[in-house]
Design a protein around this ligand. Structure first.
Ligand SMILES: Cc1cc2nc3c(=O)[nH]c(=O)nc-3n(C[C@H](O)[C@H](O)[C@H](O)COP(=O)(O)OP(=O)(O)OC[C@H]3O[C@@H](n4cnc5c(N)ncnc54)[C@H](O)[C@@H]3O)c2cc1C
Length: 500
């Protein structure tokens, strides 16, 4: 079946939805829900998957985009979570999404604030992390091992570092997504290619073990989707559909810097947070040249907003930590954009930063299975566990998960002949040639927008990636919208793509 998602397919499948009895209804199309839809569809089950807004509307687009090997969990003694992360990272790098996940080098600059003892402890951690890589059978050619490097080499990889008192740096490697929202789109499209009905702008109003009452957010009409089993994958909103669940979200803020703000930054940075022995801020160079700086961890009370906002105190905190290692400090005017996400943590005692990132499966009295917690890196495992649970609960008679070796849309070699720009390859994988072909048909579509995105990519997103409006195009299929001025500049092109 075709993997393309678009308005016509949505209308067609929505019209049929009220008459269906599906094996699995998945609610929420972040990484977890899209992963569950793919897991179930690839076992041969009939699937409907809905989201109140869009693919990757929630936390899955606000992450640091790291596919991490679980080092920080190892540091807390959570060996099982750490190993699970390393295994999932290896699967993404080698089998399922090699086009979307890269190895990213990070430097921990050895400034006067980092003692020799602290550096030795961190290096021991990196070596243990490398051991996790080996245990997960991820080859070193995909993820090189850690090393201590000289100050000169550190400055050649990260020119904005202050040379004053720099003794060198600790170099380590981890996985990084080209874009977290693109992972979700690839999961949803791969699920669609296996027959899953992917319906955005469909809000679950009420859930039961045998289906949901749903509102089409575009028309306001309500209808029922009948299902043998139901998976609640609504992340930080999970408690709104299951009153037995208690969430204790924590906010993570990132700064967005323009490409020219930190020239010569070729590696990410781990910057120790003053006064904390084992917490680091992250400086994350992106393939479009922008740099993200994160990340805070602050408990949040009260109603869960659709789009969390980054408060000024988070911005000031991150700038202070970043400036502790830069030669030329940055000011508030250098921050071109900000974003914040809420970690979907289950309520438990203690600080949110100390809560386990392990995921949880909870079955409600009516039989709805909620899958929550975890992280982007482990979405596949969470999805597998959730589908195993509903298969057993609903006696669905399906086999085990097949997703560990199932390539997502775009994995594989570029099919079309001729030169395809690296930028397109990194975002579209094997479909890059088809995106380029749009530009060959109409050269006006080759015109670049902020961050180098072309008009052709917006048209592609409307035809194949389920983008229904300008927000989908600018805030999720591309990340132009992370910088408000760039968003305003690209708005006419997004409108034109929808009418193309
Ligand atoms: C700041 C930050 C940084 C992070 N960085 C990383 C990282 O670098 N690496 C990593 O592995 N993990 C990271 N994480 C964790 C990771 O991002 C999350 O664990 C993951 O994205 C959660 O995905 P999800 O699909 O469970 O939830 P979400 O992505 O939030 O998806 C839930 C979906 O449910 C939909 N929904 C809600 N209510 C309804 C309803 N009633 N009906 C229909 N749909 C509904 C929403 O619209 C949303 O799309 C980070 C988290 C944060 C907050």
């Amino acid at each position: 079946m075709n993997s393309s998602l678009n308005a016509a397919r949505r209308s067609r499948e929505l019209a049929e939805a009220g008459d269906l009895l599906v094996d699995v209804l998945v609610v929420g199309l972040g990484a977890t829900g899209a992963g569950a839809a793919l897991d179930a569809a690839s076992r041969g089950l009939s699937v409907a998957a809905i989201d109140a807004h869009d693919l990757a509307f929630g936390t899955s687009r606000w992450s640091s985009k790291m596919i991490h090997g679980g080092l920080r969990y190892l540091a807390k003694g959570q060996v099982k979570v750490a190993h699970e992360s390393a295994v999932e990272r290896g699967l993404l790098l080698r089998h399922t999404a090699p086009h979307l996940v890269r190895a990213q080098p990070y430097l921990l600059p050895l400034t006067p604030a980092v003692s020799g003892g602290q550096a030795a402890t961190v290096m021991t951690g990196y070596r243990l992390g490398d051991g996790l890589r080996m245990a997960a059978r991820t080859p070193r050619r995909l993820l090189p091992g850690p090393a201590r490097i000289s100050a000169g080499r550190a400055l050649s990889l990260a020119a904005p570092l202050s040379p004053n008192g720099l003794r060198g740096a600790l170099l380590s490697w981890d996985g990084r997504l080209v874009d977290d929202a693109r992972l979700v789109v690839a999961l949803a499209r791969t699920a669609a290619s296996r027959g899953a009905r992917i319906l955005t702008r469909c809000r679950a109003l009420e859930l039961a073990g045998d289906g949901a009452r749903v509102r089409d957010e575009l028309t306001g009409s309500t209808f029922a989707i009948r299902a043998r089993t139901v998976v609640n994958a609504t992340g930080v909103w999970a408690a709104q559909l299951d009153p037995d669940i208690r969430m204790r979200p924590s906010r993570g803020t990132h700064l967005v810097l323009r490409p020219e703000t930190l020239p010569g930054l070729r590696a990410g940075l781990h910057v120790p947070i003053p006064g904390e022995s084992n917490r680091f801020a992250l400086v994350l160079p992106q393939s479009d040249g922008r740099v993200y700086v994160g990340l805070t961890d602050e408990p949040v009370e009260g109603p869960v907003p659709d789009v969390p906002q980054a408060p000024e105190e988070d911005v000031a905190f991150l700038l202070d930590v970043l400036n502790s290692v830069l030669g030329v400090p940055l000011g508030r005017q250098d921050v071109a954009g900000t974003y914040a996400g809420l970690r979907p943590l289950l309520a438990a005692g203690g600080r949110t930063a100390d809560l386990s990132r392990e995921h949880a499966l909870l079955t409600s009295r009516s039989g709805v299975v909620t899958v929550v917690g975890g992280k982007l890196t482990t979405y596949r495992r969470m999805a597998e566990d959730a589908v195993d649970r509903v298969v057993a609960l609903g006696r669905l008679g399906a086999g085990g998960s097949r997703t560990a070796r199932l390539p997502l849309v775009g994995a594989g070699a570029v099919q079309e002949a001729g030169a395809v720009p690296d930028r397109l390859r990194a975002r579209y994988g094997s479909e890059a040639g088809a995106v380029r072909a749009l530009m060959a048909e109409d050269p006006a579509l080759a015109e670049p927008l902020p961050t180098g995105i072309t008009r052709a990519e917006l048209v592609w997103a409307v035809r194949h990636e389920g983008a229904l409006d300008v927000d989908d195009l600018l805030d999720r299929r591309t990340r132009i919208g992370l910088v408000p001025e760039d968003r305003a500049a690209a708005l006419p092109a997004a409108r034109a793509a929808l009418a193309y």
